[in-house]
Design a protein around this ligand. Structure first.
Ligand code: CA
Length: 237
C-alpha cells in the first residue's frame, strides 16, 4: 500500500516540525509548507490525502486555501483538518461549511491532533452510506435508521420521532464523528415539510435525545459550533 501523504500548512516553524515529527511517527509521509499561496501550488500540482491547515497564515489565509481546494476538481476530495486559534468559533463554523472535515484548537496536544487526522483518514476510506441510502445501523447495531419507512429503531424497538427529529438524527448519523454546524443541519433538514431555525434546533435535539433513551449521548453538542453523531458510545459516567 502506498504511503499516505499529508501536507502541513503552518508558518510557525517549530509547530510545523513538531506536527511533521508526529505524522512521521504514525507512518505518514509528511511535508511542510509555510504559506497559503505555496500550499495551493503544491496541492494542485500533486494532491496529498490530507492537509493540516493553520488558518492564520501570512499571505492567503487558511479559510481561502480551503475554499479554493474545495472548488478545484483535482483537490476537492482532499481531507482538511483545520488548526484554529482559541475562541475563533466563527472560523471553525465557516471552515466546516466550506468543506473542512475537522479541526483542532491551538494550543493543541499532538496526541489529539493525530487522533483527529487518523479519524478523518479512516472515514475517508470507510465511506459511510450516502444520503438517501435505505437502511443503515450505527453503534454496533443499537441504532437503526430506516429511510424507506422513515423510522428509527433503538435496541430493536421502533421509536416515534417527529419529522424534524428524524431529519436531524438522520443527517448527523450519516457521517459519525463529523461536526455539522447548525446551518448545515438546517439546510439538510429543511424542505421536508420542516421549518427549522437555529433558535429552535436545540429544543428539537433535547426532545430527540430523550426519545433515544440510553443512546441519548450519541447526539453530541459541540459548543459554539454545532452537533456531531458519536463514533462510539462510552459508558455513561
Ligand atoms: Ca499561523
Amino acid at each position: 500500500m502506498a504511503t499516505t501523504r499529508v501536507l502541513i500548512v503552518e508558518d510557525e516553524p517549530d509547530i510545523a516540525e513538531l506536527v511533521k515529527f508526529h505524522c512521521e511517527r504514525e507512518g505518514l509521509d509528511a511535508q511542510t509548507v509555510p504559506s497559503g499561496r505555496l500550499a495551493l501550488d503544491m496541492v494542485r500540482k500533486d494532491p496529498p490525502e490530507l492537509v493540516i491547515l493553520d488558518l492564520m497564515l501570512p499571505d492567503v489565509g487558511g479559510l481561502d486555501v480551503c475554499r479554493r481546494m474545495k472548488q478545484w476538481p483535482e483537490t476537492k476530495d482532499v481531507s482538511v483538518v483545520m488548526v484554529t486559534a482559541k475562541g475563533e468559533e466563527s472560523d471553525v463554523v465557516a471552515g466546516l461549511e466550506i468543506g473542512a472535515d475537522d479541526y483542532v484548537v491551538k494550543p493543541f496536544s499532538p496526541k489529539i491532533l493525530m487522533a483527529r487526522v487518523k479519524a478523518v483518514l479512516r472515514r475517508a476510506v470507510e465511506l459511510p452510506p450516502q444520503e438517501g441510502s435505505d437502511r443503515y445501523s450505527r453503534l454496533e447495531g443499537a441504532l437503526v435508521v430506516d429511510n424507506d419507512r422513515h423510522v428509527v429503531i433503538v435496541h430493536g424497538k421502533q421509536v416515534d420521532l417527529t419529522v424534524t427529529e428524524y431529519g436531524i438524527l438522520n443527517h448527523l448519523a450519516q457521517r459519525p464523528g463529523f461536526v455539522r454546524t447548525r446551518d448545515q443541519i438546517i439546510a439538510a433538514v429543511h424542505g421536508r415539510n420542516v421549518v427549522l431555525s437555529s433558535r429552535t434546533i436545540d429544543v428539537h435535539v433535547t426532545a430527540l435525545r430523550k426519545k433515544l433513551g440510553d443512546l441519548a449521548g450519541c447526539v453530541e453538542t459541540v459548543r459554539g459550533i454545532g452537533y456531531r453523531f458519536a463514533e462510539s458510545l462510552v459508558a455513561a459516567e
